[in-house]
Design a protein around this ligand. Sequence first.
Ligand code: ADP
Ligand code: MG
Length: 399
Amino acid sequence: MSFTKASVRDASLDGGRVLARVDVNVPLERGAVEDDTRIRAALPTIELMRERDAAVVLCSHLGRPKGRDPDLSLAPVARRLGELLGADVPLAPGVVGPDVAREAEDLERGEVLMLENTRFEPGETTNDPALAEALAGLADIYVDDAFAAAHRAHASTEGVAHHLPGYAGLLLEREVRELTSVRDDPEPPLVVLLGGAKVSDKIGAIERLMRSAAQILIGGAMCFSFFRARGVPTGDSLVEEEGVELARRALEGAADSGCELRLPVDLVLGDRFDAAAERRKIDGVEVPDGWMGLDIGPRTAAEYGDAVSAAGTVFWNGPMGAFELGPFAAGTRSVAEAVAAAPGRTVVGGGDSAAALNEFGLAGEVDWLSTGGGASLELMEGKSLPGVEVLLDASEVKA
Ligand code: ADP
Ligand code: MG
């Protein structure tokens, strides 16, 4: 399947005003940007629009404010973006309204204005048509580069595109292309590594990828729903109860589809969820009471690593254990190193998997590191993303 949406590259920007939705929902630490990965990821599209002499009105959400919340102002983000662009990026006094409209109107070619956090407006998450229309009133065309927010039909990601011609930004375009190709035409064999907290988050991806994957390797707390479904004792491990039935269904589905669904064969246990917890390795997966499984064991990590090395394509989402607790990071680190060294094509999605790669200094070693967590999983599930669907089809762009 190819990407059929109109690209910002094909838009006539010259001298026009663009409303560009980016996802610069970054972690802040005492009023400053702690990790600017998502801001950097938005740069190519912003730079392209400026080079084409467009006046650029940027918008994004940040966190989950309930109304106007000064702690979640985009001011630090606008400042950081200005440093990266080497240009002034003023912050508008709000999201919409007469003062904002005036600033957008006064914007010169090549200049960039950032609107305040779109979620300061309650109509953002309810996809209020009035807010969508007010946003659309700020510009002549709409460019969506916010892949990480594309699974949400909000006013700034979906509603607004009903009022303006909408184009895909470079990041959004690349994300959809990379992830779709893993899902639909991977170089075989496709090996999928899934970890993290909950089966319910990932069941859709498991069931969809079973059709094309040779192996799905399970780690993280998620494996305990599978063990519970098989009647293996899980001790005090984190078990998502509603995940047990889903896990049972996935095990049956795998048996039918010819995809090998693999579970850990050894574990690292802790007596509580704490970096200072007492630690113990078991060769096997039966967790005694009083202990919880917090990482995959070395034998599992080595076996998963071998599968990754032999893959034509690797997709990884979700850490193999509680990697943020140092003593329980070894399994995730080992798998991350295998993914980084794999000769096949490697694609990684998910906030915590990306954080793990960054922490190990391996983020640059994979072929594609998605900026989208939920969005990348929904795409893998085969769901359509509202923020993508609503954009112009390439065939609608007049030459
Ligand atoms: P991603 O953001 O990459 O999709 P998730 O958000 O699904 O990943 O899961 C990450 C979380 O899962 C981390 O906070 C990690 O501590 C937790 N986790 C992973 N394995 C375990 C485990 N065995 N026990 C408890 N928590 C775990
Ligand atoms: Mg996460």
